[in-house]
Design a protein around this ligand. Structure first.
Ligand code: FMN
Length: 422
């Protein structure tokens, strides 16, 4: 099914030239979900625990155009539509009542949705039911925020965006000295029900940032009513079917290896809020060592309960002392000047041709949700390692799928592209 959805949402030279209905601006979804009736705990950025939460996806910039204002966050998002929502179970953390919270991004705080009794907890929906002292972070997606613009292809972007959010958690956990482990295999259907999501929102992943206690959690007694996270909604049958079909995971291989974090914390702290997607490259070369730094971080292991292989290919357009061409695993597999080709493949976006390097991430895994989120997570690492070295980066979700496959010489699904450069 994952391959079916992916195939059905490929872009081709012809598909993007079909007449489209254009965007219905009256149906533009809100990027914010607000649980107005629940108490807000404003995040105080001088408090390290609060800052750990803020870095998961808080607002860090505002853009104004005539008649519109929009807010940018510590995580990038396809089309700045932000389909990802973040919930936290917080247990025995100083300054917080034990409970289930929602990250209210619009108001820069967390809202307490449910106070936890001693015995209950979200852990009951996980294989290991031991209570976690610390944070259990839950990621959901509100697909319509993205499908409003990107139609059927939007579910890909929802998963990539959620992967970026996991990447942001990795950075925040490192800055605030927490270990983390990503979980995909939990009872999503029951949790969706407890949170009152209906068909409009669904959990896609979670991360444990804490330590297990000896007591097991019991059934959560929380029953939330539906809160609208878009204010407008149009169902998308293909996406709902794909979400349903890709929920069950098969033959998951866990990964317990942790990444090496090659960063000085003071600088990384600046990078998190400075990170932006580059819009135009000036076309200067980058150094070989700079590319190596980015690639080394992208290739670090990602600890999770369902690790799918994601392959990294890259077109070198403009790197000092490196022949131009297509590379994989440090080897030049096709020499040549592919600048124009890389731009064309990224739906004729100059980002692909004027970059120093354009990456393509591919995979063939059975477990689509974990694989796509891993691609997004690796993409986040690409942004952070680039920005750290003052190099620009942009995610590229739009590409001609089959032509990328032909160019790379692979039958893998093409999951994501990214460009870096100055
Ligand atoms: C999954 C994904 C796909 C994206 N695809 C494109 C793209 O095809 N072209 C582009 O110019 N930017 C793309 N972007 C960048 C977004 O436009 C950008 O993240 C968003 O406008 C927010 O800005 P910021 O990253 O500076 O915070 C993509 C970002 C993500 C996360």
């Amino acid at each position: 099914m994952s391959a079916t959805y992916h195939k059905a949402t490929e872009h081709s030279y012809w598909s993007v030239r079909q007449p489209s209905r254009g965007l219905d601006w009256s149906m533009q979804p809100s990027p914010f979900k607000i649980y107005e009736e629940y108490p807000l705990v404003p995040l105080d950025l001088d408090n390290p625990t609060h800052k750990f939460i803020y870095y998961l996806g808080g607002i860090d910039a505002k853009k104004s155009y005539p008649g519109v204002e929009y807010y940018l966050r510590t995580i990038p998002s396809a089309g700045a539509l932000y389909p990802t929502e973040i919930y936290l179970q917080i247990r025995e953390v100083e300054g917080f009542e034990d409970g289930i919270y929602h990250f209210d991004v619009a108001h820069g705080g967390v809202r307490l949705l449910h106070v936890l009794a001693k015995d209950e907890g979200v852990e009951v929906y996980f294989h290991d039911k031991r209570q976690i002292k610390g944070f259990l972070v839950l990621y959901s997606t509100i697909y319509y925020r993205s499908s409003w613009k990107y139609k059927n292809r939007a579910y890909r972007y929802c998963l990539l965006d959620a992967g970026h959010a996991l990447g942001a958690l990795e950075i925040s956990a490192f800055l605030y000295d927490h270990a983390y482990h990503i979980h995909y295999d939990f009872d999503i259907a029951t949790l969706n029900e407890r949170f009152g999501f209906g068909q409009k929102e669904s959990f896609v992943s979670s991360a444990i940032v804490g330590v297990p206690k000896s007591t097991q959690a019991r059934e959560l007694r929380m029953r939330l009513s539906f809160v609208d996270g878009t204010k407008t909604f149009e169902p998308n049958e293909m996406i709902e079917a794909a979400m349903e079909a890709t929920r069950a995971l098969r033959h998951c291989r866990p990964n317990f290896r942790y990444p090496k974090m090659p960063f000085v914390k003071e600088r990384l702290d600046e990078v998190v809020v400075q990170r932006r997607s580059i819009r135009d490259f000036k076309g200067y070369p980058i150094q070989k060592a700079q590319l190596k730094f980015v690639l080394d971080f992208m290739r670090q292991p990602i600890p999770s309960d369902c690790d799918e292989e994601v392959r990294i290919w890259y077109v070198v357009n403009n790197v000092k002392d490196m022949p131009r061409g297509l590379y994989k695993d440090g080897k030049l597999i096709k020499e040549g000047d592919f600048r124009a080709k890389a731009g064309y493949l990224c739906l004729e976006q100059a980002l692909g041709s004027q970059s120093a390097v354009t990456f393509f991430l591919t995979g063939e895994g059975q477990n689509y949700c974990p694989m796509m989120q891993k691609a997004g997570h690796i993409g986040h690492r690409c942004y952070i390692a680039s920005e750290y070295q003052k190099i620009g980066c942009s995610g590229i979700g739009a590409f001609y799928d089959q032509e990328v496959q032909e160019f790379l010489g692979t039958e893998d699904m093409v999951l994501y592209a990214l460009s870096i450069g100055v």
